[in-house]
Design a protein around this ligand. Structure first.
Ligand code: NAD
Length: 297
């Protein structure tokens, strides 16, 4: 129900929280996520300007009276683009949407003395609305001056989660970098084993189908976004090595035919998951039911 009400709101527009804000300039606004935000700001009655790769000659005009500048360029270009900005109006909000937060936030604080905010939308450009989506908020400077944007994002339907940039980046190692990396390895493995996807699906239960869909969807997307997310994390390599170690530990149990050892480790992890294990079991049962009902083939 809630989802539908947001979708219909998308057609008619949203309440504008900051009626006197100057133009919103989206750097990288021709890109996938930039377009989503250009659309949302536009639907909320803000004047939106795009500053993409080919527009730097016009940057001084585009930015002269900006009320907010939103950085939405590829991760590896982010800091360089922030450094390249001409001086912004002193009250202008400088905000970024990058999937990593420490570097871009520090760069924004360095170049702009006014309000600064780091955001990480935890969704891709393919969402139909922001309902139930999460946006991570990393405070930068002069919070009172960007409160309007936080309210605006909630009007768009998203939930905010505040976190220090370092905590965000650490969590992302597991939530994004490692998850995408293991999905990548699993995809690579299926390919190298010459797995027949059609055939796997014939044999598969709904849960395997869902798992395969989670892996397969990765490969329908832009490889460079995932390369950036994985490679941009400073300790991605150490984390991946730890993961490999765990894999080797588990492999040793298999090599030794040590079922009891396997069960011991299993119990150890189950204890660590605690009440979440049961919660996840019932949550996933619901998801599987929905996934099964909405299967296209
Ligand atoms: P994208 O490649 O679709 O868009 C990037 C845009 O930036 C392009 O239009 C490109 O022309 C432009 N650009 C590149 N260099 C530029 C420069 N020097 N000056 C001006 N514009 C330049 O990428 P995207 O998927 O929209 O990602 C953009 C940002 O959003 C990244 O920081 C990413 O981490 C973040 N993000 C993406 C997603 C996602 O799922 N796509 C989710 C959350 C956050």
């Amino acid at each position: 129900m809630m989802r539908e009400s947001y979708i219909s709101e998308n057609d008619v527009g949203f309440k504008r929280i900051h009626p006197t804000l100057g133009p919103v300039v989206i750097v990288g606004g021709a890109g996938k996520l930039g377009q989503v935000f250009a659309n949302l700001f536009g639907l909320s009655g803000y004047e939106v300007r795009i500053l993409d790769k080919a527009d730097w000659a016009r940057a001084p005009q585009l930015l002269a009276d900006a009320g907010a500048v939103v950085i939405s360029v590829p991760i590896e270009a982010t800091c360089e683009v922030i450094e390249r900005l001409p001086p912004l109006p002193v009250d202008c909000l400088l905000v970024d949407l990058t999937s990593i937060k420490q570097g871009p936030l520090a760069a924004m604080l360095r170049v702009h003395p006014g309000p600064v905010l780091g955001l990480h939308p935890m969704f891709g450009p393919d969402v139909s609305s922001l309902a139930k989506q999460v946006v991570v908020v990393c405070h930068g400077r002069a919070e009172a001056k960007y409160q309007w944007l936080l309210e605006q994002i909630q009007i768009w339907g998203a939930r905010l989660h505040e976190a220090p940039a370092s905590e965000h980046d650490q969590a992302m190692q597991l939530v994004q970098a490692m998850r995408h990396f293991t999905a990548f390895v699993y995809g690579l493995h299926l390919k190298r084993e010459h797995a027949d996807i059609e055939q796997l699906l014939q044999f598969s239960s709904p849960i395997y189908r869902l798992e395969l869909a989670m892996v397969g969807r990765l490969f329908a997307q832009d490889p460079s976004l995932y390369a950036d997310i994985i490679f941009a994390q400073p300790d991605a390599l150490a984390r991946a090595r730890h993961y490999l170690q765990r894999y080797q530990e588990a492999l040793a149990l298999l090599e030794a035919g040590d079922k009891a050892g396997f069960c011991d480790s299993f119990a150890e992890v189950a204890e660590w998951f605690g009440d979440f294990a049961e919660q996840f079991r019932s949550e996933s049962a619901n998801m599987l039911m929905v996934a099964n009902d909405s299967r296209s083939v």
